[in-house]
Design a protein around this ligand. Structure first.
Ligand code: SF4
Ligand code: SF4
Ligand code: FES
Length: 502
């Protein structure tokens, strides 16, 4: 492996990488070694157009762009010399010649690379007297993306994303020289399943999403690590939350799962975390106190067991591994067979979107749940979620439903108990590639609701079974000890990138 010296420190790097790639591989880029860059992106082909990433290399007389200079064994790179700083200041001045001075009303302020680098390189004023080039504002490029043409610095990241990632090529840079403008091709709006990623990769406030635009200043948000639950890919996301509300989902980089992308459907799924919820416990369609409903469900479970009635458990591919494991334990304790489940299906593609429209079907399989809706002659069913239950339960007299959202099943169940969504508790999902990934809570429930596993444990206690209070960390540890596929995998050990099942 080649060895290179960067700012006096020697590193071993992978062969065939450019200077920026090597810094990125080492985790040092803008995290110990600052090489500002606009057009380079770790998941897009090199463009080399912004010229901001210039560095000194060995004794080559001219500065080199770090994004397109391959590493050589023995190479010496200087990223912080006076010459480099001068060159960066010069590039910044040129980029700002036509850029409007509208940070106070720009939605990108607070997470804008132009703002950050202008600050870092001390570009305090313009030396031009000519007015800035006029360009269009608030252009609708497609259903999800709004474009401020005057803010664009022509880095072409968005062009390369549509050309090389989605293969849809809606965007191009038209005209020449200082007349150059980013636009969509005539009659071809920016309308693909991943279009909103261009707002993430645009380093300035030129591309914004219609959904998030002007909703809240980004410095009021804190980002919580989570995992999208809309399909079995399990894209890693950050939930931007403030005041017990979530304002946006953005992709979180995980090279093993979603690179730096997510689909628009997943990104726009967050309103469902609040809408259509099952907000009160129901006893035969009547709202009752949570404990009263648990007591009624516990009594029915005990009586069915004592009478030798058949009990069936239906898991959900939306429920986390820990809660499915708790259901498995409960089913074992009452002598029921393996839990059943089914997965909603839809369209998939070759980029990220998977046909299984749930986050944890692989977890359910690994925990021994069987894909079937056949409840046979069951007298009592314990059901997690309405999505997978279908009509199969119409013959079951006593349905104990534990669900996040309201449904027809909630009104005809014997007992329906409100559960927390994945946004309101911690846990893990296992994605299509058997990668177990952790999500953390970012919302507080606005009514009494508990994790499915917690409710199952209260139900077991109420039915007279021996249980301890439910704790997701303890359950996760027990799961990793008792199920061989999960050996060594728990909420702590998965970290923020996930671990594959054994
Ligand atoms: S719109 Fe943004 S991402 Fe696209 S070329 Fe302009 S600055 Fe770059
Ligand atoms: S590809 Fe699947 S997991 Fe990823 S964001 Fe879209 S729906 Fe969510
Ligand atoms: S990042 Fe290297 S030229 Fe733009």
């Amino acid at each position: 492996m080649p060895r290179v010296k960067i700012d006096g420190t020697e590193y071993e790097v992978e062969d065939g990488r450019t200077i920026l790639q090597a810094l990125d591989d080492l985790g040092l880029l803008m995290n110990g070694v600052d090489v500002p860059h606009y057009c380079w992106h770790p998941k897009l082909p090199v463009d080399g157009s912004c010229r901001l990433c210039q560095v000194e290399v060995d004794d080559i007389p001219k500065l080199q762009i770090a994004c397109n200079t391959p590493i050589r064994d023995g190479m010496e790179v200087r990223t912080q010399s006076d010459r480099v700083a001068d060159a960066r200041r010069g590039v910044m001045e040129l980029l700002l010649v036509n850029h409007p001075l509208d940070c106070p009303i720009c939605d990108q302020a607070g997470e804008c690379k132009l703002q950050d680098y202008a600050f870092d390189y001390g570009v305090k004023h313009a030396r031009t007297r000519d007015p800035r080039r006029p360009a269009q504002k608030a252009v609708e490029l497609g259903p999800e993306i709004v474009f401020d043409q005057e803010r664009c610095i022509l880095c072409r990241r968005c062009v390369r994303f549509c050309r090389d990632v989605t293969g849809t090529a809606e965007l191009g840079v038209f005209q020449r020289g200082d007349e150059s403008l980013l636009e969509t091709f005539p009659g071809k709006p920016l309308d693909n399943a991943y279009s909103m990623n261009v707002a993430d990769i645009c380093p300035v406030g030129a591309l914004t999403t219609r959904d998030f635009r002007f909703k809240i200043r980004v410095w009021f948000l804190d980002d919580v690590d989570s995992v999208c639950n809309q399909c079995s890919n399990g894209c890693n996301i950050s939930a931007g939350r403030a005041h017990n509300n979530v304002y946006r989902f953005t992709p979180r980089r995980n090279d093993d799962v979603n690179d730096t992308w997510m689909c628009d459907a997943g990104r726009l799924s967050y309103p469902a975390l609040r809408e259509g919820r099952l907000e009160t416990a129901q006893l035969r369609g009547r709202s009752v106190a949570f404990n009263e409903a648990v007591a009624a469900a516990g009594a029915a479970l005990r009586e069915t067991r004592e009478a030798g009635g058949r009990i069936v458990g239906i898991g959900s591919p939306f429920a986390p591994n820990e809660d499915l494991f708790t259901l498995r334990e409960l089913l074992g304790a009452v002598g029921a067979g393996p839990g059943l489940f089914s997965v909603p299906l839809g369209a998939g593609d070759d980029i990220l979107i998977k046909p299984e429209k749930a986050p944890n079907a692989a977890g359910a399989r690994a925990l021994g749940f069987v894909e079937s809706g056949d409840v046979g002659d069951a007298a009592l069913a314990i059901v997690l979620g309405h999505a997978a239950a279908g009509d199969a339960l119409s013959s079951v007299e006593n349905v104990i439903l534990i669900d996040t959202h309201d449904s027809a099943l909630a009104s005809r169940a014997m007992v329906a108990l409100p559960a927390r969504t994945f946004a309101e508790r911690a846990g893990t999902f296992t994605n299509h590639a058997k990668r177990v990934q952790r999500f953390l809570p970012f919302l507080e429930p606005r009514f009494e609701a508990w994790a499915e596993g917690d409710i199952l444990t209260r139900l077991a206690a109420s039915a007279g079974l021996d249980t301890d209070a439910w704790d997701v960390n303890a359950v996760s540890k027990r799961l990793s000890q008792e199920v061989p596929a999960f050996e060594g995998i728990d909420l702590d050990s998965v970290g923020d990138r996930g671990l594959e099942l054994r």
